[in-house]
Design a protein around this ligand. Structure first.
Ligand SMILES: [Zn+2]
Length: 279
């Protein structure tokens, strides 16, 4: 069973359910999944896949359709059971309200597609994925169902621990960059007060940063949180200007390896790092 995963979190989730699957991942935690080059190596990987798992909700709109077209693999075309979009199995927050133009940047017209940062949504995706894998690969169904139960048990137990650990952060404020961790804020009751990107995917201007500083003076953010694949310059500049250098968190936006326990380890680290700021 050869699987093509657009993002490492879905590669890891697939490995959780089918540890022996050969999984090729199109992106790493150091890349922005909005912007990937449709390289020949990716086309070849998609061509050889029995199954593909991607986020959907237009996250890969700039590159996946071209890969599907060039790979010419009927198993992973849209509408086929071998093409699984995680976004079809969860509700999305914060759909972009406005007219999308070529200058709008990486807007999320269908809602925020970075929902792998909410463990409850990951659980829903895991269930739907297990169902699909069981249908497509009946000989794996028993194993997939058993691994799903194990994952659900572990994740449910961890969610309780993480929520308790992050409880002191409830109602606190953060400055962010892009909506990469938008679901984390919603889940843990943290309030993002400003985004370093004035428009998604567009670098900040000096006047925008001045506004962020003004807002921070009244709202006292507990941290500036950016993802490792973001340009760290605006965040570093802001942290320095506000004397908050120790409160600049540069976090991986997703798992950095693709093992069956990667997703849980990633949440462990994320919650630990955020919680350390509340002290
Ligand atoms: Zn985005």
């Amino acid at each position: 069973m050869t699987v093509f995963a657009c993002e490492p979190e879905w590669a890891a989730l697939t490995k959780t359910l089918v540890p022996e699957a050969t999984v090729r991942t199109a992106t790493t935690h150091l890349q922005d999944p909005h912007h990937i080059e449709a390289r020949p190596s990716l086309i070849a990987q998609l061509r050889g896949a029995d199954f593909a798992i991607c986020t959907g909700a237009e996250l890969e709109a700039g590159w996946l359709p071209m890969l599907q077209d060039r790979a010419g693999n009927p198993k992973v075309q849209n509408g086929r059971p071998g093409m699984f979009y995680a976004a079809q199995h969860v509700d999305l927050i914060d759909p972009f309200k406005g007219t999308v133009t070529p200058f709008s940047g990486d807007v999320h017209a269908q809602g925020n597609p970075h929902f792998h940062t909410d463990p409850r949504r990951v659980m829903l995706v895991a269930k739907a994925l297990a169902g699909r894998l069981g249908q497509l690969f009946p000989d794996k169904k028993t194993q997939v169902d058993q691994n799903l139960v194990k994952f659900e048990d572990e994740l449910s137990r961890r969610i309780v621990v993480w929520e308790k650990q992050a409880a002191p952060l409830k109602g606190r404020t953060v400055i962010t960059q892009h909506a990469s961790f938008g679901y984390v804020w919603a889940w843990l009751g943290i309030k993002p007060i400003a985004d370093l990107e004035p428009r998604p995917g567009v670098p900040p201007t000096a006047s925008h940063l001045e506004r962020v500083i003004a807002l921070s003076k009244t709202q006292q953010p507990v941290a500036i949180v950016i993802a490792q694949h973001h340009d760290p310059k605006p965040g570093r500049w802001l942290a320095k200007s506000m004397d908050m250098e120790r409160k600049l968190l540069i976090l991986p936006a997703t798992v950095s390896d693709e093992q069956p326990d990667s997703i849980i380890r990633w949440f462990d680290q994320l919650v630990a790092q955020l919680s350390s700021l509340a002290k």
